[in-house]
Design a protein around this ligand. Structure first.
Ligand code: TYM
Length: 344
């Protein structure tokens, strides 16, 4: 029998923003009531592009602080940083030998991140989705809450799980394991803000790496910063529509309404019922109040937590030791299945 387990990860690459929060972290918090959850600060993914070491350390603590400040309970569930559990890297290597080049060549995120100078991208950036599959499958997790942009990587994780189960089916059986040794992890892409867009351009994803800080709301922005960014957010000259259909050709309006809905815990239709027909100025004022109300306390708590690095580090170490118990069990089984010899 497979245990219903949730796994997800966030990269410690700075500028944790509203997209990360509404697309992923809000759902992490909710799932705690119904599932066993493992939330990981994926520091090994971060170094697929250059990270200044001191900044990386700070960013690992900042993401951990965001998890806790948003309402993740690191005692009831597991919060840790990836590099403390070596089974992630070990399973990723096995998956490097299961996944096919053709599969990775289709990954749009690699193409975007590598850009024109592909020859100069790290090998790690290319193999990144295999490590991500290992993150999930080393816990044999069944549900993975993510934003829309991670969907293709989740499909790859499913393909890897299936190919491993098929390639090694005889050995899996011979060692007495269920023939579905790795489950098919299911993406949970839910809520009205699975793809939060830039505040400067409604056709571009809100991203940590956008050179304009006005394109995103960072979780550490103060009330003035949040207000300024929302007031400056790009809109169009029409009043807000009264129905969702009216948002279809208006990416900026659609984005702001989605953000409002997600922050308020409502559907877009309900937001348009309240604001449809009105001007953006009134809607933006309400959005500023709501965003400051919801994000202000999280930012403040994050600041407090990051001032106590010893506490944050102790949360990570404790989480890692509990994660390690589950991960090494899977890794031992994988070694047996593959035919490696290990100390018993
Ligand atoms: P990362 O660190 O880029 O983003 C963390 C989470 O935030 C979501 N997200 C968004 N959601 C909505 N709108 C946006 N503009 C937006 N930007 C980011 C992402 O979808 C993600 O859920 N590869 C992953 C990290 C990872 C992982 C894993 C996730 C590594 N191993 C295993 C799940 C399971 C990433 O780079 O996320």
């Amino acid at each position: 029998m497979t245990i219903e387990r949730v796994f997800s990860g966030v990269q410690p690459t700075g500028n944790l923003h509203l997209g990360n929060y509404l697309g992923a972290i809000v759902n992490f918090v909710k799932l705690q009531d119904t599932h066993n959850c493992i939330y990981c600060v994926v520091d090994m993914h971060a170094i697929t592009v250059w990270q200044d070491p001191a900044e990386l350390t700070r960013n690992i603590r900042e993401v951990t602080a965001a998890f806790i400040a948003a309402g993740i309970d690191p005692k009831k569930h597991i919060v840790f940083n990836q590099s403390q559990v070596s089974a992630h890297a070990e399973l990723a290597w096995v998956f490097n030998c299961v996944a096919r080049l053709g599969w990775l060549n289709r990954m749009t995120q690699f193409k975007e991140k590598a850009g024109k100078d592909r020859e100069n991208a790290s090998v790690g950036l290319y193999a990144y989705p295999n490590l991500m599959a290992a993150d999930i499958l080393v816990y044999r997790a069944t549900h993975v809450p993510v934003g829309e942009d991670q969907k293709q990587h989740l499909e790859l994780a499913r393909d890897i799980a299936q190919k491993f189960n098929n390639d090694f089916s005889e050995s899996i059986g011979a060692h007495g394991f269920n023939d579905k040794f790795f489950p098919q992890p299911e993406p949970l892409i839910t809520g009205p803000a699975t793809r939060v867009m830039s505040l400067r351009d409604g056709t571009k994803k809100m991203s940590k790496s956008d050179p304009s800080d006005y394109s995103r709301i960072n979780l550490t922005d103060d009330a003035d910063g949040i207000a300024q960014k929302i007031r400056k957010a790009k809109t169009d000259p029409e009043p807000l529509p009264s129905e969702e259909k009216g948002l279809e050709t208006r990416p900026e309006a659609d984005n702001l309404v989605g953000i409002y809905a997600a922050l308020a815990g409502k559907a877009k239709t309900d937001v348009l019922r309240d604001f449809g027909g009105g001007q953006f100025s009134g809607f933006k004022s309400a959005l500023v109040d709501l965003a400051v109300d919801k994000l202000g306390p999280i930012g403040a708590e994050m600041k407090k937590l990051t001032q106590d690095p010893a506490y944050v580090d102790s949360v990570l170490t404790d989480g890692a030791s509990r994660a390690n118990v589950i991960a090494s069990e899977t890794m031992n089984a994988v070694k047996d299945i593959v035919g490696f010899i290990r100390a018993k």
